[in-house]
Design a protein around this ligand. Structure first.
Ligand code: FES
Length: 189
């Protein structure tokens, strides 16, 4: 960034205009890289996909015990980011209260979690609009008005049940197939 603020110093054998042009190109490339960070996350994850025969068998086991209420982690399952969120009692209440509202993609909160494990919400972390990875899995990230996740690409907002509440996303964050193996362990896939 310091480069962009400093005046260019022409090399003895090159014209000032040439150096300025070169620096401008460097700046443009820098700006492109900054804007592109969000967009390249998904293709990078996707490119780590194993072969199809491995995919067919793959599953991901997650130890839930270190995840405290209010916290979430991201794990990779079949090359996709999956959000594993330990919801607080307030977040569960908010999700249940919204069951009665007219939702863009109607689903009750209970239908999106496992019975007896209301505090755990497991969703595929890919925006259903155009595939960006929404923000909000880290507590320091913006979560949007509904307290779930916020997609910075076009402003879709998801609630604490992973249901879309606002923006162009047409559907809720999908719940992947998973099962509890004891109270503090899940197997996704
Ligand atoms: S990709 Fe998320 S709102 Fe467009």
């Amino acid at each position: 960034m310091a480069e962009s603020a400093a005046a260019p110093h022409p090399a003895p054998h090159s014209g000032g205009a040439e150096v300025t042009k070169r620096d401008f190109l460097k700046l443009v490339a820098g700006a492109g890289a900054a804007v592109g960070v969000g967009a390249i996350v998904w293709p990078m994850i996707d490119s780590m996909n194993p072969a199809a025969d491995v995919l067919a068998l793959s599953s991901t086991t997650v130890d839930l015990s270190p995840i405290v209420a209010g916290q979430a982690i991201t794990v990779v399952w079949r090359g996709k980011p999956v959000f594993v969120r330990h919801r607080t009692p307030t977040e569960i209440e908010e999700a249940r209260a919204a069951d009665k509202l007219r939702l863009p993609d109607p689903a009750t909160d209970a239908s999106r979690v496992k019975p007896g494990h209301d505090q755990w919400l497991i969703v595929v972390g890919i925006c259903t609009h155009l595939g960006c990875v929404p923000l909000g899995n880290r507590s320091t990230e913006v979560r949007g008005e509904y307290g779930g996740w916020f997609c910075p690409c076009h402003g879709s907002e998801y609630d604490t049940s992973g249901r879309v509440r606002r923006g162009p996303a047409p559907a809720n964050l999908p719940v992947p197939p998973y099962a509890f193996e004891g109270d503090t362990k899940i197997k996704i896939g």
